[in-house]
Design a protein around this ligand. Sequence first.
Ligand code: MTE
Ligand code: MO
Length: 206
Amino acid sequence: MTDTPISRGFGPRHREQTAQGRLPPGQYVTTDFPVLSAGPTPQIKVENWTFSLQVDGSLLGKWSWAEFEALPQTAFKKDIHCVTKWSKLDTTWRGVTFDDLLKSAGVATLPALYIMAHCDGGYMTNLPVADLIDGRAMIATRFEDLPILPAHGGPARLLVPHLYFWKSAKWARRLRFMRKDERGFWESLGYHNYGDPWKEQRYDGD
Ligand SMILES: Nc1nc2c(c(=O)[nH]1)N[C@H]1C(S)=C(S)[C@@H](COP(=O)(O)O)O[C@H]1N2
Ligand SMILES: [Mo]
């Protein structure tokens, strides 16, 4: 499944032009994949990995690696945009959508409007639940058909491609519903609370 439109007949000659329409203000296209981490890369063994969904200190769902791998898998082909101004076009990922995670946990009614993503290593980022549902986000376990490298967030990272990439939490282990919005790591250090690249919401007040 992909929702990036494919324009037949657009050759390399037109690539620049195509990229421009897909490039949020202030961004440039890169073909390599920079690593941006606020701390060391945790080495996580999938045997010890679990993923959980929480509200008010209680569990809504918890999955082992094997259980997670048995959930419905979805492919994304998306452009990603880092606040440090690089964008990478047409990145391909596979994983479990937030919708399918809710379904698997039997959560029919959303318990709150905000989510905090918690990661190994202590990184956190906050998101409105509305930005995770309706196929807009996944917990990705594969990048370009291979397991995600540890530096890029493997074994599993959040992927919310329509927001600046700091919202795509690497080494994600827990999503916690919050009744009131709280700020994550970068959001507490002056970065924008929401981070829409198309509105260039880089810093607080943008
Ligand atoms: N756990 C964790 N997730 C994180 C970060 C981090 O430091 N720790 N950095 C964020 C930032 S600022 C960006 S731009 C992307 C970078 O992902 P990459 O290293 O795969 O390019 O991860 C985001 N997710
Ligand atoms: Mo970033």
